[in-house]
Design a protein around this ligand. Structure first.
Ligand code: SF4
Length: 346
């Protein structure tokens, strides 16, 4: 019989599992403590559980699912992890230390089906979605590696993959990350980034509404957006903004609009003015992302002065707009640069 992967289970399911193998329900919390608070990787470390029970657990269940293949550290302290999944596929995660907090960027799929034209991850195509355990284990493996004194306080679902095309598993991972007896992160410290999957945004509004939403917009007309974000044909800008207008956001939980600045594609002042019109009345924060060029890419980065002029148009209309400083660029850990194939990630 295949062993049950415990990091796939929320607390209720963990209770069901322990009782199904003849243990008392309180064991679930005890096991969760060892896995999520003490971050152990084997049952033998669970010293307040009897030897016989530990043996039973190791026959019926498994804890870790990821194997660390490689860790690279950037000059700015950003660490990029290449993990191997049980089926041999590979994913990447990025640890970003900041002043006063630490962020982890997790992947949700092997490759990505969205196929955004400027994105290096998309070049590997799409293999499959990750399980909840494969998402949660990115957090635990990285936390073990960086040490408890550098606690990961924020998680962004912005690595490889489109999270809202793997909604159920992402939702379960968020449940495990935010449960008091599990990873105990605040929902407000979790951000899910989507390219604009409208049914997924609607489900987030109903089922995960305290989690932060980020929308990768990248263009202000359907004509331009279709060229860089093919999924725009299915979910055009008008439909995305209809969903955002209904989204339960406020000034504390603003929706983040991600906008990668591509030279002469989406970076005109007219684009900035159109963006003002699109977000009017919605509590948003706009992140302008300088494009990271890579060999063979057909896009170029917008010059800094032009990004600043774009930002000024937004500011002049009282829209919070920031230029995101790219982290980990020297190790290809920056946005849209994660890959499944190690040899291509240099
Ligand atoms: S930018 Fe994000 S959604 Fe688009 S292809 Fe890359 S990983 Fe997928």
């Amino acid at each position: 019989m295949d062993r049950v992967v415990l990091k796939d289970l929320n607390l209720e399911e963990l209770k069901d599992f322990v009782t199904s193998i003849g243990l008392e329900p309180y064991r679930a919390k005890q096991i969760a403590q060892w896995i999520y608070k003490k971050r152990v990787s084997d049952f033998d470390s669970m010293t307040n559980i009897s030897k016989a029970t530990r043996k039973l657990l190791s026959e019926k269940a498994a804890i870790d699912v990821l194997k660390t293949v490689k860790v690279e550290e950037s000059a700015d302290g950003t660490r990029k992890y290449l993990f191997e999944l049980p089926d041999g596929n590979r994913i990447e995660s990025v640890f970003i230390p900041e002043k006063g907090w630490n962020t982890l960027c997790v992947s949700t799929q092997v490759g990505c089906p969205a196929g955004c034209k400027f994105c290096l991850t998309a070049k590997d195509g799409f293999t499959r979605s990750l399980t909840p355990a494969e998402i949660v284990d990115q957090y635990i493996q990285v936390q073990r590696d960086v040490g408890e004194e550098r606690r990961i306080s924020n998680v962004v679902f912005m690595g490889m993959g489109e999270p809202l095309l793997n909604f159920d598993n992402v939702k379960k991972a968020v449940e495990i990350m935010t449960h008091r007896d599990m990873l105990d992160l605040s929902k407000r410290k979790i951000t899910i980034s989507t390219v604009g999957i409208v049914p997924g945004i609607e489900r987030m509004a109903r089922e995960l509404n305290r989690v932060k939403l980020a929308v990768s917009l990248h263009a202000t007309t359907d004509e331009v957006r279709e060229k860089i974000v093919p999924l725009n044909r299915k979910y055009p800008i008008g439909e995305i903004f209809r969903a955002l207008r209904r989204y339960p956001a406020d000034n504390v939980r603003r929706i983040m609009i991600e906008y990668v600045m591509l030279k002469d594609v989406n970076d005109s002042l007219e684009d900035a003015r159109r963006l003002v019109g699109l977000v009017r009345g919605i509590p948003v924060k706009v992140n302008l992302i300088p494009f990271n060029p890579y060999p063979g890419s057909s896009f170029e980065p917008t010059p800094r002065e032009k990004i600043e002029a774009f930002q000024k148009v937004l500011w002049d209309h009282n829209i919070a707009a920031f230029i995101r400083e790219s982290r980990g660029q020297d190790i290809s850990a920056a946005c849209g640069m994660l890959r499944t194939k190690e040899k291509l990630s240099a």
